[in-house]
Write a protein that binds this ligand. Structure first.
Ligand SMILES: *Cc1c(COP(=O)(O)O)cnc(C)c1O
Length: 225
């Protein structure tokens, strides 16, 4: 998209989302010049899914950008991004969570994360299933964390035209989020982020309670892989 298109796409989305819902502009596969166009429209929260690409963009772009990491994070790449993200949205295993915690402790920082849940019909998608998440909180696994703050849940709906399935996927993710948030016995603080919804389905996600949406192609146009 040309720069006026990027800026008007952002303004359009911002005018449509209710108050309290935040926008992550997903800039993966798009040149940093395009990120800068979005930045000039006032956007400060960007999402990247590949470590090398994220680090390269971060080098050349303004310091006040809040970077969300949204892709599958390999354990051998964790160290390179610690201290550089405002939120890692895609924590998909306890092993990864514990490693993020250990590396954050070494670096002397606190890392904000979301746990990614998997409800979609595609089998290849990463993430915890509902039982694993429930088990993790029931066994109070989070109490072991010293340098990681679990801020909430991230999830994706099935990649389908069946909007009823999409809505029910979002509802399941939302139910998982609410059951943890509303469980007073867990004593969680600052567990208040529900990240779901992309270009093709974000209005449905917002209806189901999302307060963080991740939008790429509707802002930047199609990606060239
Ligand atoms: C790529 C990606 C998005 C954005 O997808 P669009 O359909 O381009 O809006 C959102 N979330 C995740 C996890 C992604 O990988």
């Amino acid at each position: 998209m040309s720069s006026p298109d990027i800026q008007s796409a952002i303004r359009d989305i911002l005018s449509e989302i209710p108050e309290g819902v935040n926008l992550v502009a997903v800039s993966k596969f798009h040149h940093s010049d395009m990120v800068l166009e979005a930045y000039r429209a006032g956007q400060r929260r960007f999402g990247e899914s590949r470590v090398q690409e994220f680090l390269a963009k971060r080098e050349v772009l303004p310091d006040d950008i809040e970077w969300h990491f949204i892709g599958h994070l390999q354990t051998n790449k964790v160290r390179s991004i610690i201290g550089k993200t405002s939120l890692i949205e895609s924590v998909d295993s306890i092993r990864l969570l514990d490693l993020i915690d250990a590396e954050s402790a070494k670096a002397g920082v606190v890392t904000n994360v979301l746990l990614q849940v998997h409800v979609a019909m595609e089998e290849t998608k990463f993430g915890f299933d509902a039982e694993e998440i429930a088990q993790y909180f029931a066994s109070r696994g989070f109490e072991r964390l010293t340098n990681t703050h679990i801020c909430g849940i991230m999830g994706m709906a099935s990649n389908t035209d069946d909007m009823q399935r999409v809505a029910s996927d979002f509802q399941r993710i939302s139910d998982i989020y609410c059951s943890i948030r509303d469980d007073a016995s867990l004593g969680l603080r600052g567990f208040d982020v529900l990240s779901m919804g992309m270009s093709g389905d974000w209005p449905i996600a917002v209806e189901q309670g999302a307060n963080l949406i991740r939008i790429g192609s509707a802002i930047f146009g199609p990606r060239q892989y």
